[in-house]
Write a protein that binds this ligand. Structure first.
Ligand code: MF3
Ligand code: CO
Length: 259
């Protein structure tokens, strides 16, 4: 069942999202060659707890950390480690979630560590833009397939692989609510979008093929062909006006696009 949020609940989710935005901004600034992903994890947990919020990933189905830190061919759910030392040229995805006053938010971004190749820079840029192409479709009366189709069409036009085995999701009091939000699909298909829906939209885009595998740690998902992958995620709402609003990017205004 899909839980629609009323105005008061949306206001609480905005607060949760705004805090996560701050946390991710601080993490982004902290990323430097030579540091470990475990250091980033410690910093994330400190930031979250300082604001009286709870790291939502920690202990989620036994997950051992506050963030996921996925490097290069790792798609998602990379476990932070003091053995994973970031080096110049790496492509790093940070995914983080928190709970504030009982309301969840979930967001991820991908950056280059130091200078990265032009090819990898382009992958990150297209992944972000695919997210915005999808989110512009998240208006009252459209369908989930409109979001997925917009993401897929754009990413595939660059020859990239759209990961199929993992999807976005509804979010609210729980991190994962219905519906699941695929990054592929057909326009006009799937659940109809309505005001009060809150979704984590999260394209995972690979330089190569979209097939993935899980590592022996039981968490880390990698591309089967070893190609570099990028991930970008925000918690969004279809707000009271029936329009998409980025809860984890306060103040950001989606611009109209010439079709
Ligand atoms: N952001 C992830 C998602 O959207 C959650 C990470 S899974 C966890 O599903 F186990 F690390 F929490
Ligand atoms: Co998510």
């Amino acid at each position: 069942m899909i839980y629609l949020k009323n105005a008061q609940q949306l206001a609480l989710m905005r607060k949760s999202g705004a805090l996560l935005y701050e946390v991710l901004c601080r993490l982004r600034e902290a990323i430097k060659p030579g540091m470990s992903t475990a250091e980033l994890d410690v910093y994330a947990e400190q930031l979250i707890r300082k604001h009286k919020a709870i790291p939502s990933f920690l202990d989620y189905q036994g997950y051992p950390a506050t963030i996921c830190a996925s490097v290069n061919d790792e798609v998602v759910h990379g476990i932070p480690s003091d053995k994973t030392i970031l080096k110049e040229g790496d492509v790093l995805s940070i995914d983080c979630g928190l709970i504030l006053d009982g309301w969840q938010s979930d967001s991820a971004f991908t950056v280059g560590v130091g200078a990265i190749s032009e090819e990898n820079r382009k992958l990150i840029e297209v992944t972000e833009e695919s997210f915005y192409k999808g989110v512009r479709k998240a208006v009252n009366g459209n369908h989930l397939g409109d979001i997925g189709s917009a993401i897929q069409t754009y990413a595939e036009s660059f020859g990239y692989g759209v990961i199929r085995d993992l999807t976005g999701h509804g979010i609210g009091r729980a991190m994962h609510e219905e519906p699941s939000v695929p990054n592929f699909g057909k326009p006009g298909h799937g659940t109809r979008l309505r005001p009060g829906m809150t979704l984590a939209v999260e394209p995972m885009i690979a330089m190569g093929d979209y097939h993935v595998a899980e590592l022996e740690d039981g968490w880390t998902i990698v591309t089967e062909d070893g190609s570099v992958c990028s991930h970008y995620e925000h918690t969004i709402a279809i707000n009271e006006h029936g329009l998409p609003e980025l809860l984890t990017y306060p103040g950001f205004a989606l611009t109209e696009e010439a079709e």
